[in-house]
Design a protein around this ligand. Structure first.
Ligand SMILES: Nc1nc2c(c(=O)[nH]1)N(C=O)[C@@H](CNc1ccc(C(=O)N[C@@H](CCC(=O)O)C(=O)O)cc1)CN2
Ligand SMILES: Nc1ncnc2c1ncn2[C@@H]1O[C@H](COP(=O)(O)OP(=O)(O)OP(=O)(O)O)[C@@H](O)[C@H]1O
Length: 232
């Protein structure tokens, strides 16, 4: 299917939501999703439960879901005319990014990956990632570009940060792996430059996340079936 035809057939249908968040369901998607009731649960308990859920998705399903979600994400990136996009390499059952990375390379969009900062604890650097990039494993066993100062892109020069997460809610609240890495990164963002886009499985949505003062809500979240947006 061509991308144009795909986009015409899969334009989301907006449904009014609480507050200023609009939730759209992509065409051909199941409209009823059973939300995990996270009320009164600790952050740690929610994290443990959702990590188990996303790790129980089979490899086949994961690839199918990632293909669908990647098409939606690619459409957003094209709509924004983004030239520099930070992504992540899939870990611990996260929605796979390999297809979207390939598509962006084909289109000449620059891609970047997070690198755990070597001496500033809890912080990330974003390094250019292409076919030639020399990779190493970080302390969590996730591949990252070998440190090279000439490959570092300051956060405010990125157009989009595709943000990994463990759990989210319909208000755009996000909870990650617990290191505060993306909280610190997103704290540097001014007026959605770059735009932080959550990318996650539907099963990672919970009814309501406990929010801490340092948590920064995501303006846009894409799942295989839905788009949660506070930016139109
Ligand atoms: N794919 C991906 N890359 C990413 C992140 C992410 O969430 N996903 N990060 C987002 O911040 C940063 C790394 N943060 C991480 C924090 C904890 C664990 C983790 O697996 N923790 C283990 C305990 C490991 C230990 O104690 O040494 C665990 O909780 O089981 C992984 C990544 C940067 N890169
Ligand atoms: N902007 C910030 N500046 C300093 N410390 C922060 C900031 N944001 C978060 N932290 C600290 O990071 C720790 C982990 O936060 P939290 O559990 O919300 O991480 P997370 O969102 O799950 O992880 P990640 O952002 O890496 O995916 C907290 O103890 C918090 O105090």
């Amino acid at each position: 299917m061509t991308l144009t035809r795909f986009m015409t057939e899969h334009m989301p249908h907006a449904v009014p939501a609480k507050g200023n968040i609009s939730i759209s369901t992509f065409a051909n998607s199941a409209s009823q999703i059973q939300l995990f009731d996270s009320n009164n649960m600790s952050r740690q308990a929610i994290r443990r439960h959702i990590r188990q859920e996303r790790n129980s998705i089979t490899q086949d399903e994961q690839q199918q879901l990632a293909l669908i979600a990647s098409r939606h994400l690619l459409a957003e990136i094209q709509r924004l005319n983004a030239k520099r996009v930070a992504l992540y390499l899939t870990h611990d059952g996260e929605l796979a990014t390999n297809k979207i990375i390939d598509a962006l390379w084909q289109q000449g969009v620059e891609t970047y990956l997070p690198v755990v900062h070597p001496f500033s604890p809890g912080n990330l650097l974003f390094l250019k990632y292409d076919k030639q990039t020399e990779m190493v494993e970080n302390q969590y066993g996730i591949g990252e570009p070998k440190l090279d100062a000439s490959k570092v892109m300051p956060v405010n020069h990125l157009d989009v940060i595709v943000t990994p997460l463990v759990a989210f809610d319909a208000s755009g609240n996000r909870m990650g792996m617990g290191g505060g890495y993306y909280d610190r990164t997103l704290a540097q963002v001014v007026e959605n430059q770059p735009l932080a886009v959550g990318f996650a499985h539907d099963c990672q949505q919970v009814s309501k996340l406990p929010v801490e003062y340092w948590d920064i809500p995501l303006p846009l979240i894409i799942t295989p079936t839905r788009r949660f947006s506070s930016i139109g």
